[in-house]
Design a protein around this ligand. Structure first.
Ligand SMILES: NC(=O)c1ccc[n+]([C@@H]2O[C@H](COP(=O)([O-])OP(=O)(O)OC[C@H]3O[C@@H](n4cnc5c(N)ncnc54)[C@H](O)[C@@H]3O)[C@@H](O)[C@H]2O)c1
Length: 294
């Protein structure tokens, strides 16, 4: 496996592309938006620049990594990939339409993976004629730093496909852990109710944004509080994951909190939009709580 394509260049797509490129894979980074692709390359450049400053990689390695990535809005460029990783917005119909198109366009041996946080891999597989070669490859945010890849086997994924994806994840220096195909898998089934509960506690007036996050950081040893983490993931993404889990598992604890819905409707999506529970307009650091919560 040498040629990798990543579909969608947002928060996750650009991190996935950077990681494969750092490990010398040829990466095609595809998106429908040229503007998003330009932004993604700026983010990757900045991340690699930070690694050079910290002496984690050399300037030469940075340049090679950047050269390993080709950005495009032309779907034809994906055709010759050995592995395609879909990382578009968390929307079942959109993902299904992309898998259908990938199935028609890619070579018969190409493995199709989804970075979805919650959507059924079995359903995505069933929109193709290569059900055995469809798998979940759930990277964590930020991808270049986090070591886990949650590997999701659908009802149809073959052992060969799973083994290939485990092997390639290990080649990226990651630790792959396999799970079965249930809404939210393991990571989000446990994480999202916690985030939803933190938002509800905020809404009920139990405490402030800073103190809710502080309590979970200092008391539970979490590296980041749940509200800051929600901002990093994207509040729209959190809302979509909870909706998928509610639909699939049908328990009220997965219903997205109304404050979360309100923020998403107001376009306050967290880090990527500049404001969520925190205000990022001056800095990427979650130092200033959004005025709304002061
Ligand atoms: N954000 C997280 O922390 C996180 C973590 C793990 C997994 N995920 C999952 O990764 C996926 C992507 O999430 P994200 O946070 O990167 O989203 P995002 O909103 O940051 O980016 C989505 C990208 O998809 C592109 N896109 C939309 N329609 C497209 C199409 N038809 N063809 C090509 N590109 C298209 C958009 O232009 C955008 O650049 C989702 O399934 C999400 O659940 C997210």
């Amino acid at each position: 496996m040498k040629n990798i394509s990543v579909i969608g260049c947002g928060t996750m797509g650009n991190g996935i592309a950077q990681t494969f490129a750092q490990y010398n894979y040829n990466v095609i980074l595809y998106d429908i938006s040229k503007e998003a692709l330009d932004k993604a390359m700026l983010v990757i450049n900045k991340n690699l620049g930070r690694m050079v400053i910290k002496d984690v990689i050399s300037e030469e390695k940075k340049n090679i990594t950047l050269k390993n990535i080709i950005t495009t809005t032309d779907f034809n460029m994906i055709k010759k990939s050995d592995l395609v990783i879909e990382a578009v917005s968390e929307n079942l119909d959109l993902k299904k339409s992309i898998f259908k198109k990938l199935d028609l366009e890619c070579g018969k041996d190409t493995i199709l993976a989804s970075n979805t946080s919650s959507i059924s891999i079995t359903e995505l597989a069933e929109s193709t004629n290569r059900k055995d070669k469809v798998i979940g490859m759930h990277f964590m945010n930020p991808v270049p730093i986090m070591s886990l890849v949650e590997i999701i086997n659908s009802k149809h994924t073959s052992t060969t496909t799973t083994e290939t994806i485990i092997e390639i994840s290990e080649k990226l220096g990651k630790i792959p852990l396999t799970v079965n195909d249930y809404p939210g898998f393991i990571s989000n089934r446990i994480l999202m109710p916690m985030i939803n509960e933190a938002i509800e506690a905020l809404e009920d007036g139990v405490s402030t944004v800073k103190n809710i996050d502080g309590i979970m950081k200092l008391g539970m040893g979490h590296p980041m509080g749940p509200l800051q983490l929600a901002d990093l993931i994207g509040l729209d993404v959190c809302k979509s994951i909870l909706e998928v889990m509610f639909k699939g598992i049908n328990k009220n604890k997965y219903v997205p909190n109304k404050l979360l819905i309100e923020l998403v409707e107001d376009g306050k999506l967290g880090v990527k939009s500049g404001e969520g529970f925190y205000d990022y307009s001056n800095s990427k650091k979650a130092e200033i709580v959004s005025k709304r919560f002061c």
